[in-house]
Design a protein around this ligand. Structure first.
Ligand code: 5GP
Ligand code: ZN
Length: 109
């Protein structure tokens, strides 16, 4: 989508250092982190929000990358939260999963 910032990042129209990248999935830090670790994990393909995700194989690829990021960021035992905003609650209309941490049981986003 031409006016989507995350599509522009995926297409390298906007420079961005990726934490992880493959042909389908990209990960980069949130520009406005709310926790010491705040990554955005997303498909390169434009999908408006989670309710429009129909591709099981893409969902599985996202799962594998999320689990890899949790490990790489050493968050398995330090507390993390996954957040997916959708249905109009999101700021950017391109599906992305926030990985936030470290955080304790009572921490809010
Ligand atoms: P949403 O509310 O859509 O789930 O959150 C969008 C997130 O994207 C926000 O946390 C915001 O800080 C982040 N964001 C918006 N524009 C950019 C950008 O150009 N680069 C990066 N790295 N993050 C962005
Ligand atoms: Zn997009």
């Amino acid at each position: 989508m031409s006016d989507c910032i995350f599509c522009k990042i995926a297409n390298r129209e906007v420079p961005k250092e990726f934490t992880y990248e493959d042909s389908d999935v990209m990960v980069f830090p949130d520009i406005n982190p709310v926790k010491p670790i705040h990554l955005l994990i997303m498909p390169k393909k434009h999908i408006r929000d989670f309710s429009e995700l129909a591709d099981n194989s893409l969902l599985d690829k996202l799962r594998i990358v999320i689990q890899r990021m949790i490990k790489e960021q050493k968050l398995e035992n330090r507390g993390y939260r996954l957040v997916v905003n959708g249905g109009g609650a999101q700021i950017i209309d391109h599906l992305h999963i926030h990985l936030l941490g470290p955080l304790g049981k009572a921490a809010s986003m």
